[in-house]
Design a protein around this ligand. Structure first.
Ligand code: 8YV
Length: 315
């Protein structure tokens, strides 16, 4: 018995339902903590999403669940230590969403550097007074230095696209340099130095306690005037209040955000800040990708139920 905590694309829901007993939360809202705990007791498999908080209390409810097959790559909303202690497997869906998320990171870079969000708002609000030579001048991406924080699959695909299409220079910061980096990006052991040198900083590290507010006011203070911050990783990595202040005070040039500290809430000062592009967590939101994520979750849960090692076990 499998529970989907949210609706998946119809084709993959149907595929899953043709093979298993599937229950789907059809309400257009996340389930409550009490409902999730109850589900842990009564289902064999829970397929949560980033909008569910699978904390120690939910996991501790115990009972039937043998696997939490997350629909998504990031698992910072799941208490992995509690799952380990309870002997419940946790899997995720990496790889299948790499391209879609990298595309969105590039979209945000383009929108922020060309002031596309500002321009669209101005036009829709009837404030466009016509063409003029100095209207909404952005900056070209060519020759600018893209600094990647975290250098996993999504970071590298973002870097590959940005370099091939727009001719950016590449630097990255991660705990260790990547061996045999085919992109030849410059490794920077110091995040401070990367922040100070990059024209565009793009975040690709996991969420969770280790990276909470990694990009805080002092870190934002190191950025070049006019530099852009792109976040398709997790909202918790950035101190949103400090970012809103840096934007409003003109300390940095702009930001492109897809993720937020308290989704779906967005810091009110960010809504009013200049040159910030705000998207509602659309990183993996293509039909192909969301179907592939469902298929990957299905491979994981079926492997575990059949007594095989799931391909994407994280706990
Ligand atoms: C997903 C994401 O849409 O996979 C992730 O970590 O942030 C998104 O692309 C989301 O996680 C679905 O649960």
């Amino acid at each position: 018995r499998i529970l989907l905590t949210r609706r998946w694309p119809a084709a993959i829901e149907a595929e899953l339902a043709s093979r298993h007993q599937v229950h789907i939360n059809t309400d257009d809202r996340p389930m409550s903590q009490a409902e999730l705990a109850e589900a842990m007791r009564t289902f064999d498999v829970l397929c949560p999403t980033v909008s569910d908080r699978i904390d120690a209390a939910v996991i501790g409810a115990g009972g039937g669940a043998r696997i939490i097959a997350n629909y998504g790559a990031g698992v910072d909303h799941i208490d992995l230590a509690a799952a380990r202690a309870a002997g419940i497997a946790v899997t995720n869906t990496p790889d299948v969403l790499t391209e879609a998320t990298a595309e969105l990171a590039v979209l945000l870079m383009l929108m922020a550097s060309r002031r596309a969000g500002e321009g669209e708002r101005e036009l829709r609000e009837g404030r466009w007074s016509g063409w003029r030579p100095t209207h909404l001048l952005g900056r070209s991406l060519r020759g600018r230095r893209l600094g990647l924080v975290g250098y996993g699959r999504i970071a590298r695909e973002t870097a590959r696209r940005a370099r091939a299409a727009f001719g950016v220079e590449l630097s990255y910061h991660s705990r260790r340099p990547v061996a045999d980096d085919d992109l030849g990006a410059q490794y920077m052991a110091s995040l401070d130095a990367l922040m100070a040198e990059a024209d565009i900083v793009s975040l690709h590290c996991p969420g969770g306690a280790e990276t909470h507010h990694l990009i805080d006011a002092p870190m934002l203070g190191r950025m070049r005037p006019g530099a852009l911050l792109i976040n398709t990783a997790r909202g918790s990595v950035v101190d949103e209040a400090a970012l809103a202040a840096a934007l409003t005070e003109g300390k940095i040039g702009g930001a492109g955000l897809d993720v937020y500290e308290r989704e779906p809430a967005v810091h009110p000062l960010l809504l009013d800040a200049p040159n910030v592009v705000l998207l509602p967590h659309l990183g993996s939101a293509t039909l192909e990708t969301r179907e592939a994520m469902g298929r990957q979750a299905m491979l994981n849960l079926e492997a575990l139920l059949d007594g095989r090692e799931p391909p994407n076990r994280v706990a």
